[in-house]
Design a protein around this ligand. Structure first.
Ligand SMILES: C[S@@+](CC[C@H](N)C(=O)[O-])C[C@H]1O[C@@H](n2cnc3c(N)ncnc32)[C@H](O)[C@@H]1O
Length: 283
């Protein structure tokens, strides 16, 4: 917050100018955090807008998710090296502890995990960014989709312990890459698309939806739902050199997807997959 300007000045017009300058200086001095969508694993997904933002920051914050996901941290570093040109920047790693499996309630488990992340972000912004500096958080895919960065930044801002502003740079999300790789549109003409998680798929399927886009499905929920009139368009490691695509009638493909998923996960140590379930029109 900028305190109101109270100093005296010879003339009202002059005084307004002085105040404007003070406000501008304060605005310029404000810390800034860019939440930058970086796409889903292909450095070419990074937009020109993202590159311009990257070239304004002094600090890049990286969430360290452990060895299993070292590939993802390496990609983020590669993006910085490739696109930040001729200016120094620091990489600050923020350790990300996993959710505590001993907390039985899912919502409580996520809330605790977010609280720990919030404290970490707050400390990092306060301690690592000078008053007039800018930092970047590189967000997988697009920040608007199943990602807590924006909620956390707003919560840190609302707590008011550290003042900063933030800006969101959109990125290419996994549903977009899925659609491009399979050469499909996500909706049918004038139709709706239901976006959900593996955990919620069973209830979404029960709602008689035509097109359902599923993310965050570690349990292969597609293999447990009635499959008679559904096609699946499945993709893993979308946008990366390891991309795997399988599509066809769910009844025929689900076994192959479960096997491919488990083999790829064993090989790489991690997997991210997304899929569209499409109801076949009644013939
Ligand atoms: C925490 S969410 C993040 C989503 C991300 N913000 C986005 O815009 O795609 C992680 C989920 O996104 C999907 N996902 C992200 N990257 C992917 C990729 N390269 N290939 C397939 N699915 C991906 C998976 O469903 C994964 O479980």
């Amino acid at each position: 917050m900028v305190a109101p300007c109270t100093h005296a000045s010879a003339t009202p017009g002059r005084r307004r100018l002085d105040c404007d300058r003070l406000f501008d200086a304060a605005r310029l001095a404000m810390r800034k955090v860019y939440a930058i969508g970086i796409g889903t694993g292909n450095p070419d997904h990074v937009t020109v807008q993202a590159i311009k933002a990257l070239n304004r920051v002094q600090v890049v914050f990286l969430l360290d998710k452990g060895d299993d996901k070292a590939d993802l941290a390496t990609l983020r570093r590669d993006i910085c090296e490739r696109y930040i040109e001729g200016r120094p920047y620091r990489v600050v790693e923020l350790e990300d502890t996993p959710r505590d499996p001993s907390v039985p309630c899912y919502e409580a488990r996520v809330a605790q995990w977010h609280e720990r992340r919030l404290a970490r972000y707050e400390r990092a912004i306060a301690e690592e960014l000078a008053d007039d500096a800018a930092g970047a958080i590189l967000v997988w895919g697009d920040p608007s989709l199943y990602d807590s960065t924006l909620r956390l930044l707003e919560a840190v801002r609302q707590r008011g312990h550290v003042s900063f502003e933030y800006e969101v740079i959109p990125g290419i999300s996994s549903p977009q890459v899925l659609a491009a790789s399979h050469k499909i549109t996500l909706n049918r003409i004038g139709g709706a698309v239901h976006l959900t998680t593996g955990r919620r798929l069973a209830s979404a399927a029960a709602e008689e939806l035509d097109d359902v886009l599923v993310m965050l499905d570690g349990e292969c929920a597609f293999s447990t739902i009635p499959d008679a009139d559904l096609d699946i368009f499945w993709g893993a490691y979308l946008g990366t050199e390891h991309e795997i695509l399988i599509s066809g009638p769910l009844a025929q493909c689900k076994g192959e997807i479960v096997r491919a998923r488990s083999a790829a996960r064993a090989e790489h140590g991690w997997i991210m997959d997304t899929y569209l379930l499409r109801k076949r029109p009644a013939s």
